[in-house]
Design a protein around this ligand. Sequence first.
Ligand code: DLL
Length: 426
Amino acid sequence: MYNKSIECMPLAQLRELQSKRFVSLVERLYNDVPFYKQQLNEKGLAPGDFKSIEDISKLPFTKKTDLRDHYPYGMFAKPMSEIARIHASSGTTGKPTVVGYTKNDLDIFDEVVARSLVCAGAKPGMKLHNAYGYGLFTGGLGMHGGATKLGMAVIPVSGGMTERQLTILQDFKPEVICCTPSYAQTLSDEFAKRGIDTKDLAVKYAVLGAEPWTEAIRSQVEVGLDVTATNIYGLSEIIGPGVSQEDYEEKGTGSYIWEDHFYPEVVDKDTGQPLAHGEEGVLVFTTLTKEAFPILRYWTNDICAINYDQNAKRTHIKMSSIKGRADDMLIIRGVNLFHTQVEEVIHTMKELSPNYRLIVERTGNMDTVKVEVESAGSRHEENLESVLKNKIKDTIGLSMDIEIMAPGAIPRSQGGKLSRILDKRK
Ligand code: DLL
């Protein structure tokens, strides 16, 4: 849903709106969530100390461990009688993080997803093939609500059952698909395997997110499915998908963060100090409008930079693509490594496909990384391994073993998020 007065709001006015919402948020949280009252009291702060959004840095961060400590409902700011829906995100360890929504929150969720879909190229009257998982994961129901609000017809396929997805894409003729980028790769591969010409599909736009991806995957998916693919970002703790979205006519310039609802900061991952626009660090969000599960300065652990784009269609700030999560960063012989860095190098070599994974092992005291990557065709030059090895060494500064594999050899996404790192040290 394109809302010009909000999406193109002059920055001074946007700041005023954020300030007004922020001041009332601090007051609400102080009164309604004992955890926040205690946090402010411990710092000798009271709601009256917050006059504008500029005061945000006085506040401590909220971390995932705080949510775990208050599992399941301890961070809710509304009684259960006002909660309309509950979602949860499963972490790698321990209990899931539980989040709640009032009816108003669900309206906001619909609004930001509808806005994101328009930004991705979708229009009322189009059909959305929704291959994000339905259930506790926010992807399926989140996209569903936004698409309905926009006036699209939703095909609630959910994740998995790839054969059925292919049939639906061919027969139901959706113009828009949303799924994880790794699952879009799977679908594109499967069409190719069957010799189906994707030019015959109606699908034009792909809205991909929920995991890090780079231009390498964009190229594969855009060619393989004959679509324009854009990035959608979000996390359950903030709302779900629709925290930010890339515009289909501004690809590669970052994703708009819907700043009227989600106030972003980027901070140094070690010191927590706010960084200037353009500098890379941990993304932190404050939800300005949510009622059931509002959150102050949430430490997402996602690494990126934010900046304004003077040439853009909208005024809201953009975030770069996520390099990775700080807790997924590998430290190999003293060098910090995200798998997306390897993906970017792979992208420079047309002989390789962006189907790859990193195998991390420990031999003695030494950590080693092997890159398994599929060749683009069934044959490849003998020296391809050493070319990739040298390129990785030159750009990332690490020596890695390389194994070029036949197309189809690397595990694919079966519908959800795909882990591209196999850490055998654990
Ligand atoms: O993944 C919400 C979502 C659903 C986003 C569908 C986009 C599309 P969680 O399961 O809570 O929520 O996982 C959130 O996934 O902190 C990032 O690390 C990662 N992530 C989400 N979107 C992107 C993206 C959903 N576009 C976590 N690029 C976040 C990179 C992403 N990472």
